[in-house]
Design a protein. Structure first.
Length: 731
């Protein structure tokens, strides 16, 4: 029997995030901890906890009532590991009990029995057992070692040629001679004739700030209903997996979306896995259960983004023009990642940023490894590319002797046949404005000459005081990705004018700032008080967005759709009865600018621009870094609320300062921000700082040290080694 409209209305789910999952609790709540594989390979036979106290429970894959896996984009992930282990630390079981410290001890005491097929897993179990006994029982240790099979039986000769690395995504892009000739011919012609051949590899690692709430979930049952509090960004997928894993009706599952303190959320499939693990324990015990990863687990198994190394080889003429650019991108996605192709494509597109060359070759590959699985950070997926290309441009400046801003301006000029089209009509003004604000050229010349003098005069770098440098970088942030994707980046908006002249905007709620902007837009067009405008983020299961919220909650695009809806309603409101509803989505014509088959054209609906200058001072005695000033010029199109935009950018800067140096918070004396007047539609402000500041910081640090910083976050030992190596080269 079909459900009535009234029943459907009652069965809505709110996608408004409230509170933090760690703050929720109920009487009789139990704590949970994951048992993880001690080895990277092997076949699990059994898991046991000796002498487990009453009131404590252990659940493994065999206890799951429904599907033991979740699947997306052809990637199958085990809810709890069984049979073949994929990586060290793979969750194999969950321990639940009333005492948080006790369950941690029980987790450590868990005995994992492997079907010994390789020596690695066998020895790992033996050594784990010996550590528990503190080597006090040598007879037991000797017995365990003697029980190990012979090498002949341990080595699996069938799999000797099995590679741990497997290419699961690839993107190759070429233009000019790289497209017309084979690689060998193109390399020979392009990299033998130009004055400068500049090659370097770059790597930026995103880290989890220590102050953030670790990933986890809180779950309880209420009759047949299951309630779960979790910082998910993908409610639809979590609802689907929970129903399949627990084998229950989706209508009985109520997901309460909580806030996340993370800079780069894990709220997609990895958070889904943890939430389902928590739900299994709560559902089977019919008791409230909370699972919170330890800081060590968070740092080890929930690393944001992917590990990427980008290598550039550039042929540059005397004027600083890049005549040929060869880019190799190596991406480590860990044991698995269902978003590997999109990550590969987006990093490849961003690897040239705004810079153009007649002859371009990009080869990007995503490979699996024995590292923990990774995910996609939708808003920062291409940040590592900006770090790499901007530092490569800085190195070109160092080698050619041309000022960094001039090298950039020379290479943003249009080139026929270049595969990517990015809106950058104001980029020159954005760069020049930052140069003026920061007095960049004067400082750069002064600091550069000082560092060169130190090197040439053989001054001991460890006693030069102070060391100063300044760096510049550019980047963009995009909205509405047109390429082949795991998700839809095109939101759908519904606006309704009710009989009481109240207006409902049906969409996913984001920040209070965004909501206020949307209310202001609707209020002006419909000539109603802002108090009459409400944001409705309640969805029935059938209506729930199938894409993650990060992919569709784009302020500029949604605001434009709200405008269109309100204008349509305004035309109708005096000619037909209320309520009036208008539904809008992105026009099909906007998607045709990108040629998916040939991977070229305009990949994004809109693009925000940023230029960043950072001035750095390094104390050579303590190796403490200090940013003396940060200057930012931004073109984000139409500014809907400048005060809010300024607050957002300043907050982004403060967040970024804790990610530049490992284990430290870098301080900054002054932050200067200017928005460039623009007629473009409103674009994204968030992530601009993350895309630009690391490269500017690294360039400034390189200038101060008179040597190249190729990796971030940096460490004291890294800086010491760089200066020492520079001194050895000079000698």
């Amino acid at each position: 029997m079909a459900k009535s409209k009234k029943a459907q209305k009652i069965a809505t789910r709110s996608l408004d995030a409230k509170g933090f999952y760690s703050d929720f609790s109920k009487e009789g709540m139990l704590y949970a901890s994951l048992i993880r594989s001690p080895a990277a390979t092997g076949i699990v036979k059994d898991i046991q906890i000796p002498d487990m106290p009453e009131g404590y429970s252990l659940f493994t894959a065999k206890d799951i009532p429904g599907s033991k896996t979740m699947e997306f984009n052809g990637t199958v992930t085990k809810i709890l590991g069984y049979k073949n282990v994929s990586y060290t630390g793979e969750p194999l079981g969950i321990v639940v009990g009333p005492d948080e410290l006790e369950i941690k001890e029980l987790t450590d005491r868990a005995a994992i029995y492997f079907d010994i097929q390789n020596l690695e897993s066998a020895l790992s179990n033996v050594m784990k057992g010996s550590e528990k006994n503190a080597l006090s029982d040598l007879d037991s240790l000797a017995t365990s070692l003697n029980e190990l099979p012979s090498l002949d039986s341990v080595i699996d000769t069938k799999n000797q040629n099995t590679q741990t690395e497997k290419i699961i995504a690839e993107r190759i892009i070429s233009s000019g001679l790289f497209k017309e000739a084979n690689q060998e011919e193109a390399d020979k012609k392009l990299f033998e004739d130009e004055k400068y051949i500049i090659e370097e590899s770059w790597s930026q690692t995103v880290i989890n700030p220590k102050w953030q709430e670790p990933t986890g979930a809180f779950c309880y049952t209420e009759g047949e209903k299951l309630h779960i509090y979790v910082p998910t960004k993908w409610t639809y997928f979590l609802q689907k997996v929970l129903a399949e894993t627990l084998n229950i009706d989706p209508e009985l599952i109520f997901i309460h979306k909580t806030k996340t303190s993370s800079l780069y959320t894990d709220g997609l499939w990895r958070t889904t896995q943890i939430a389902v693990q928590t739900a299994i324990a709560s559902y089977l015990l019919k008791k409230p259960v909370k699972l919170m990863l330890s800081q060590t687990e968070q740092d080890t198994f929930m690393v944001p983004g992917v590990q990427t190394e980008i290598t550039y080889k550039a042929a540059v003429n005397e004027e600083g023009r890049i005549k040929a650019l060869k880019v190799n991108i190596d991406i480590d996605v860990g044991a698995e990642n269902p978003f590997a192709q999109e990550i590969t494509d987006r990093i490849a597109i961003a690897s040239t940023s705004f810079y153009k060359t007649k002859n371009l070759f990009i080869k990007a590959q995503a490979k699996t490894s024995k590292n923990p699985p990774t995910t996609i950070s939708i808003k920062g997926v291409d940040s590592q590319s900006f770090f790499a290309i901007e530092n490569q441009i800085q190195k070109i400046s160092n080698v050619t002797g041309i000022f960094p801003d001039d090298v950039r301006l020379i290479n943003i000029e249009a080139v026929n046949g270049f595969p990517f089209e990015l809106e950058n009509e104001n980029l020159q003004e954005v760069i020049q404005n930052t140069v003026r604000m920061s007095d960049f050229n004067r400082k750069y010349a002064s600091f550069h000459m000082d560092s060169i003098d130190r090197v040439e005069q053989g001054q001991e770098p460890f006693f030069a005081f102070p060391l100063r440098g300044i760096g510049i970088s550019c980047a963009y942030n995009n909205s509405g990705y047109h390429g082949a994707s795991s998700f839809s980046y095109y939101p759908k908006i519904e606006v309704t004018l009710l009989p009481d002249e109240k207006v409902t905007i049906h969409t996913i709620q984001t920040s209070n700032v965004n909501q206020d902007i949307w209310r202001t837009t609707a209020s002006k067009i419909l000539e109603l008080p802002k108090a009459n405008i409400q944001i409705d983020s309640n969805f029935t299961l059938e209506e729930m967005p199938k894409s993650p919220e990060d992919s569709i909650s784009t302020i500029g695009i949604i605001n434009q759709l709200i405008k269109k809806c309100c204008l349509e309603i305004q035309k109708k409101r005096f000619h037909q009865a209320l309520p009036i509803t208008s539904k809008k989505s992105v026009a099909a014509g906007a998607k045709t600018k990108w040629d998916k088959e040939n991977f070229c054209g305009s990949p994004f609906m809109s693009t925000s621009l940023i230029s960043c200058v950072a001035e750095v001072e390094l104390d050579p005695y303590t190796y403490n870094e200090k940013i003396r000033g940060i200057w930012l010029s931004i073109d984000c199109g139409e500014i809907l609320d400048e005060a809010a935009a300024l607050r957002t950018v300043r907050l982004e800067v403060q967040k970024e300062l804790c990610l530049l140096v490992k284990g430290k918070y870098v301080t900054c004396d002054d932050i200067f921000i200017q928005f460039i007047p623009s007629k473009n539609s409103a674009g994204q402000v968030g992530e601009l700082v993350h895309n630009a500041l690391p490269a500017a910081f690294a360039s400034a640090l390189s200038s101060a040290l008179a040597t190249q910083v190729t990796k971030l976050p940096c460490t004291e030992s890294q800086l010491y080694t760089l200066i020492k190596q520079r001194g050895e080269v000079k000698q």
